[in-house]
Design a binder for this molecule. Structure first.
Ligand code: THU
Length: 154
């Protein structure tokens, strides 16, 4: 995954890390998470500097809840296409522990990463913004299975 998806420079319209994390933190405030009370926000920046956001949305039928990353990826597909996903910020929780994408979200991000042919950067922040970790999808889901494995043209 990492070698197949090179790290490419973003255009100069790119937001600062702080700006992208601030948008993710803002999105977390719009989460619907009455069951876990764990509010997560996600902001996704395109290769052209467009940004979409999403938040987790839970359900009384617990297993139907969706994560912030999936919510934002859906918005990204509608706004500019998964193949234009460049950078992602995730923010969640109440204290200083960072929120990293769950396994399912890593797989969903891998889909976009293979389509965009980028080793997508993921800024993982605590809910209070005090702690930030920088990762790449190839590090979070090494040897992943994606559209490239199915022989899809990516
Ligand atoms: N959650 C996310 O939105 N993204 C993640 O990557 C981790 C977990 C949500 C799901 C659920 O609504 C709540 O956080 C607690 O797990």
């Amino acid at each position: 995954m990492t070698s197949a998806c090179p790290v490419q420079p973003l255009k100069d319209k790119s937001m600062t890390d702080e700006q992208l994390i601030a948008l993710a933190r803002g999105a977390a405030r719009k989460a619907y998470a009455p069951y876990s009370n764990f509010h997560v926000g996600c902001a996704i920046e395109s290769v052209d500097g467009e940004v979409v956001t999403g938040a987790n949305m839970e359900n009384a039928c617990y297993r139907l809840g969706i994560c912030a990353e999936q919510s934002a990826l859906t918005a990204a597909q509608h706004q500019f296409g998964l193949d234009k996903v460049a950078r992602i910020a995730v923010s969640g929780g109440k204290e200083s522990m960072v929120c990293t994408p769950c396994g399912g979200c890593r797989q969903a991000i891998l889909e976009a990463a293979q389509l965009s042919e980028r080793d997508v950067e993921i800024l993982c922040s605590s809910g209070d913004g005090s702690t930030v970790e920088r990762h790449r999808i190839g590090e979070l889901i090494p040897f992943g299975f994606g559209p490239a494995n199915l022989g899809q043209p990516v």
